[in-house]
Each structure stands twice: as C-alpha cells, then as structure tokens.
Ligand binder design. Sequence first.
Ligand code: MF3
Ligand code: CO
Ligand code: CO
Length: 259
Amino acid sequence: MSISIKTPDEIDKMRTSGKLAADVLDMIGPHVRAGISTDELDKLCHEYIVNELKCIPAPLNYHGFPKSICTSINNVVCHGIPSDKLLKKGDIINIDITVIKDGYHGDTSKMFIVGKSSVKSQRICRVAQECMYIGIEQVKPGIRLGKIGRAIGTHAEKNNCSVVRDYCGHGIGLDFHAAPQVIHYDDGKVDNSPILEEGMTFTIEPMINLGDYQVATSKVDGWTVTTKDRSLSAQWEHTILVTDEGYEILTLREEESIL
Ligand code: MF3
Ligand code: CO
Ligand code: CO
C-alpha cells in the first residue's frame, strides 16, 4: 500500500479538520469532572461536532462503533465506549476525537486527570505525552518512519513504562485509517520502513502502560482494549503533516502553542 501525498488544497482541508478536532478537546475539558458520565461527555461532543462545527463524528458507526467519541479510563488502553459510568476522583481518562470536514479527517486525543491525581497517574500521563512529542520531533522528509517508534520506545523504557504493540498510528486523509502504519516501538525493521516525504499526513498516538505491554479486547463489547495486568495506560494523539523542513501539528491546541 502506497502512502498518499496530499496536494496543497488537500493540506488546507486537513488543517481545517485538524483544528476542528482540537477545538472539541478544548470544549470538553471543563466538563471532565467527577460525577459526569462518559455518555454525557459523548453527547456534548456529538452535539458540538454536528451542530457547531458542522462536522461528522468519524467513530459513530465506524465498523459498528456505537458512539461519537472514545473514552478510555484507567486500565483501558483505547476504544473505550461511552456509557452511564460516572467519572470519579483520581480517574485518568483519554478522550479521542475524530471529525470529518469536507471529506477529510482530523484525529486527536489527550489525557485528563479527574480531581486530585496520584503520583502514578501523573507519571503515566506525562510519560505518554513526552513519548508523543519525542515521536513528533523525529518527523522530517528523508527519515525512516521507523525512527519515530524507536525514539518513543527508548523514552518509554527509560521511564520503566511499556509501549502497546497491537495498535499503531496511521495515515489519514479522506480515509480514517490508511497507510502507513505508524509503529510506536522498535520492531527491528526501521531500515526497511518507508522514507517520509513532504505532504504525507499521519497520526502519532502512543499507548503507554505502567506495567506490561500486553493488552486484551473485551469479548463483551468487541471494542474496549485493556491492559492484561490491569495496570494504568495513557495515550496522546496528534495528526501530523510532513513539511519541507520537518512537521506541522495539524491538531495543535492553544495550550500547547508554547512548545
Ligand atoms: N480515533 C481512534 C484512532 O486514533 C480510532 C477509533 S475507531 C473507533 O485511530 F471505532 F473506535 F472509534
Ligand atoms: Co488515530
Ligand atoms: Co484517535
């Protein structure tokens, strides 16, 4: 599968979708508090995406996914389904937003800590965010895609955390998930991985566990991915454009612009 190179017109559309996805995370932030259900978070995001942003929430009905956002709490690695479960003090939650505007996708997620956080929960959220940024910093034309995962894996290991292997980042554009697969650890195939070119767009979205890297998918709902050892897991995601000199973060939020 070849990796699509976006035209300037497509890049403009990706910038718009990315910005709108980032706006949803900014909107939902103040609502992420103890006592709210993930269904309510889903409803707030759905209505904002559809009515305010005039976008389509990409997860809804995607391969049968039943909701408009993913909400992954504590030992849930990814693809958590919003439900009537209430957030409680000390929970960590990833909210993953994907919107479609004008056919193009913007995909981004971040961690929220509910109420007072423990040292453990702060640590896993911080290490996962650092892993994402370290991965992003590798991006420039001419490098091997695998360098991203190698850099992420090294940072996770240094912090005694593990990188989930069963899920990866992905090319994105007209399709939600396209080539290439963006692996977040060193799979030993860096030198055979694709060479990045200006105009490629893909996500970097490392899932980092406090314990072992192994995960399992719920047999009940077919979606919810949890750590096998029940340890905490955290994930951050941005949609990235390869530029002539390096990268542009298409889903950057105001709170990050000091970086
Ligand atoms: N947003 C997720 C990603 O980063 C994918 C969610 S697929 C869904 O790739 F069906 F679970 F929504
Ligand atoms: Co993604
Ligand atoms: Co996502």
